[in-house]
Design a protein around this ligand. Structure first.
Ligand code: NAD
Length: 469
């Protein structure tokens, strides 16, 4: 195998051999040589990434359509454009971000130079999931390259078409002595994780997040974990039901509901539920027609395993919208469930499909209690025209991200940090936050060899201390 090439997607490794050792050794040596540190080198990699996105747009759209039935527009707004914006921002700001940051001094360091230097960690591992396979591979990659690291990217084996494009085509645009894409599933990832990295960036389920964190702990490797969970969506009685329904249905069904930040369930009063259900039906019909299965704008479930899991959830509570499924097409209809109990499976696990349960609460306080009794979510949505209600929800709960009267459009902002809290993850990225995540913040003080007379006071013996002053 030629050094620097991604592992052949179809190739089998020899039993007993470590398939990653050579690649990792090569990347580590490249990092030690210092070649990834200069701004020019980093900018060249980012420009390569930008060319990859532009020159392979159609190939990527096709791969995303094969993997997830994504419409081209959908792929553009949630994957390609987001990646391109991140690359452009990093290229525009690289030199500013790399500048040493001067910090305040005290009396005894007045004559010194004190600053924070952002330096690359070294060899970084990025593990990505299948639901936004391009976005969640390349957005972290932008940060890692901008910060001057060598990178191993391991996309999900489940979004295999996008993974193949990343493995076969992307390395041609980057310096292969410093960057590699490897393919594989849990077994290969397990082998990879036995190696020592300087930073691991993982996006996926909390279950695998624990495996990654345990493996990282063996080497004391720092991690970012971008995980999932159940995102509550509170709807106040004073809202216009159709406006809420349009927004909730759109963001729930985007990518067939397979979005980590999608509103997972609605909390509202029985009165609001009675107004919301017909409004949701209206929105779903408007977006996907009378037969959503024939709509080109609705995605499909990624695998048989997830399809079976979701079909099982359709029996929770009472179906008031949708409920249909077709195994041969991995299709689950946009579905709304009512009369759902807190103990039902649909309220125990992250849904990750186009199914929206509605749970009744009698008051804002009850909704806040409901949210606070559960794990801290990645995103929390609140719909209300009353700023006091909005502020109470914001003040009395915790979540990775908080959104009032909207869906996950904040994901397109590079100015907001993105990440979870508690079981929904640790660490943050996007824009400058990505650069900071992949940089060690080195505390620096440069003093002078002269002026010894001023430093004399600190040296023992201290018996004549007052005479030194
Ligand atoms: P996953 O945890 O199954 O897989 C993620 C990565 O881990 C993949 O690269 C996979 O190959 C690898 N992996 C899987 N099993 C492994 C094992 N046993 N040992 C080592 N590695 C293993 O996640 P997924 O199903 O691909 O993605 C869906 C999940 O990701 C959802 O929970 C979703 O909420 C979450 N997610 C979070 C974010 C976020 O930004 N917070 C974004 C997207 C998805």
């Amino acid at each position: 195998k030629r050094p620097g090439l991604a592992k052949d997607p179809g190739s089998e490794s020899t039993p007993g051999m470590d398939p990653f050792a050579d690649t990792l050794q090569r990347l580590r040596e490249a990092f030690i040589s210092g070649r990834t540190r200069p701004a020019e080198f980093r900018a060249t990699q980012l420009k390569g990434l930008s060319c990859f996105l532009r020159e392979n747009k159609q190939l990527l759209q096709e791969a995303l359509a094969q993997d997830l039935h994504k419409a081209a527009f959908h792929s553009d707004i949630s994957e390609l454009i987001i990646c391109q914006n991140e690359v452009d921002l990093a290229l525009r700001n690289l030199c500013t971000w790399m500048k040493d940051e001067p910090v305040a001094k005290n009396l005894i360091t007045q004559l010194d130079s004190t600053f924070i230097r952002r330096e690359p960690f070294g060899l970084v591992l990025i593990l990505s999931p299948w639901n936004y396979p391009l976005n969640l591979s390349l957005v972290p990659l932008v940060g890692a390259l901008a910060a001057g690291n060598c990178v191993v990217l391991k996309p999900s084996e489940i979004s295999k078409n996008t993974g193949k494009v990343l493995a076969k085509v992307l390395p041609r645009y980057l310096d292969q002595s410093c960057f590699a894409v490897v393919l594989g599933g849990p077994e290969e990832t397990g082998q990879l994780l036995e190696h020592e990295f300087d930073y691991i960036f993982f996006t996926g389920t909390p279950r695998v997040g624990k495996i990654v964190m345990a493996a990282a702990a063996k080497h004391l490797t720092p991690v970012t974990l971008e995980l999932g969970g159940k995102n509550p969506c509170y709807v106040d009685d004073n809202c216009d039901p159709q406006t809420v329904a349009n927004r909730v249905a759109f963001f729930r069904c985007f990518n067939a509901g397979q979005t980590c930040v999608a509103p997972d369930y609605v909390l509202c009063s029985p009165e609001m539920q009675a107004r919301l259900v017909p409004a949701l039906q209206n929105a779903i019909t408007r977006f996907y027609g009378d037969d959503p299965q024939s709509s080109p704008n609705l995605g499909r479930i990624i695998s048989q395993k997830h399809f079976q899991r979701l079909r099982g959830l359709l029996s929770c509570g009472r179906v008031v919208i949708g409920g249909q499924s077709d195994e041969s097409d991995l299709y689950i209809a946009p579905t709304v469930l009512v009369d759902v109990q807190e103990t039902d499976p649909v309220m125990q696990e992250e849904i990750f499909g186009p199914i929206l349960p509605i749970v009744n609460v009698r008051s804002l306080g009850q909704a806040i209690d409901f949210i606070n009794r559960r794990e801290k979510p990645l995103a929390l949505y609140a719909f209300s025209n009353n700023s006091q209600v909005m502020n109470q929800m914001l003040d009395r709960t915790s979540s990775g991200n908080f959104v009032g009267n909207e869906g996950f459009t904040y994901m397109s902002l590079t100015s907001l940090p993105f990440g979870g809290v508690g079981k929904s993850g640790m660490g943050r990225y996007h824009g400058k936050f990505s650069f900071d995540t992949f940089s060690h913040h080195r505390a620096c003080l440069l003093s002078h060899s002269g002026l010894e007379v001023l430093k004399n006071i600190r040296y023992p013996p201290y018996s004549d201390y007052t005479q030194k002053l």
